[in-house]
Structure formats: C-alpha cells, structure tokens
Design a protein around this ligand. Sequence first.
Ligand code: SAM
Length: 185
Amino acid sequence: MFEFLKQYLKNPRSVGAIAPSSRMLAENMMKPVDFDRAACIVEYGPGTGVFTEELIRRKRPETALYIIERNNEFYRQIKEKYGELPKVRVIHGSAENTTRYLKKYGETSADYIVSGLPFTSLPKELSDRILADTQKAIGDDGVFVTFQYTRVKESYFKTFFDLTEKIHVKKNLPPAYVMVMRNKR
Ligand SMILES: C[S@@+](CC[C@H](N)C(=O)[O-])C[C@H]1O[C@@H](n2cnc3c(N)ncnc32)[C@H](O)[C@@H]1O
C-alpha cells in the first residue's frame, strides 16, 4: 500500500491511482475470462499484483501468462514473486510493444488482455499506440478487459473496439467500471 502511494507520487500519470485495486474489482476483472479456453493471457500494468494473483490462481497450468510492467519498482516486485513460475513471463517494458513481445516468445495472438493501465492519465499518443497494438494482439477472437474510474474514455475506446459488456463495481475506491471489448466485426 505504502509502496503504491510512493510510486504514484513519483509517477502520477503512469501509475494513475493512489492505492491498488480492491479484491472485488479483481474478481470482476476475471469474470469475462474463460480460463478453460485461454491459451495465452497478457496482463498490462500489474502494479503490486492484485489482478496477477487472481490470474495465476485461476489459469490452467498450460496457459501462458505474459505480464508487462513499465515501472522499475513494480516490475522488480512482480518478477521476484512470480518470475520463476512455469509458463509465466514478467516483462519490463511497455504495453505498446505487446505484439513484439508475443512474437519473441512464439505466440501468434492473445486470447485475453487484462489491463490495469490508467488510460485517463496516460498521454493520448501513448494510449493510441497501446490500443492500436492491442487490436493487433487480440486478433479476431481475443478479448480486451480494462477498468476505468469514470466513463469519460468510453467513446475513445469505441473508436478502436466494440464494447461488449460493462460491469459497475461499487466496492472499490473509487468505484470502477470493468469494460469488455473485442475488435470491430
Ligand atoms: C492504476 S495502476 C494499476 C495497478 C494494478 N493493476 C491494480 O489494479 O492495482 C497502473 C499500472 O500500470 C503501469 N503502467 C503504466 N503505463 C504502462 C505501460 N505503458 N506499460 C505497462 N505498464 C504500465 C503502472 O506502472 C502501474 O503499475
């Protein structure tokens, strides 16, 4: 908790929240994920690992999980905690390069991308690059799951994806929306 606040004070725009997400938000972020079907899952911006923990607990042993974190300290913590697990790769990098990372590890696409990124505070050009690369990474059948504290970015997301589901999670500080998206048909 203290580490999160410290990282927020150092990098407010890229961390984008003063505290980690709640367990209730993590549960709702997992709802759209069909763990029986998923062969490849990507997580953007794990922070201290609230969603990571759920992904690792629920995924099948053979499902590959790629975790991408840009912040040095969060990367170090996540790498130390999960970096040695089979089929789990912790990548120190940026979500805008996802297709490059997937290619490097021999994956053609991601079935699910679960994002903790703060799109409201990220620079627009960076968000554009991340979402364009996400479109490529999920291909025709993949699903992009993200959360936001407000609906201000909803129309922006819709310029890239079809919004297929929206879940309002009141038990989070602040309350959040889980948004589920797919590439436009
Ligand atoms: C709002 S925090 C969410 C952390 C965690 N998922 C949670 O919900 O508690 C945003 C996270 O995204 C990371 N981040 C920001 N920009 C990124 C990028 N371009 N690529 C990967 N991670 C990024 C931040 O370092 C931070 O860990």
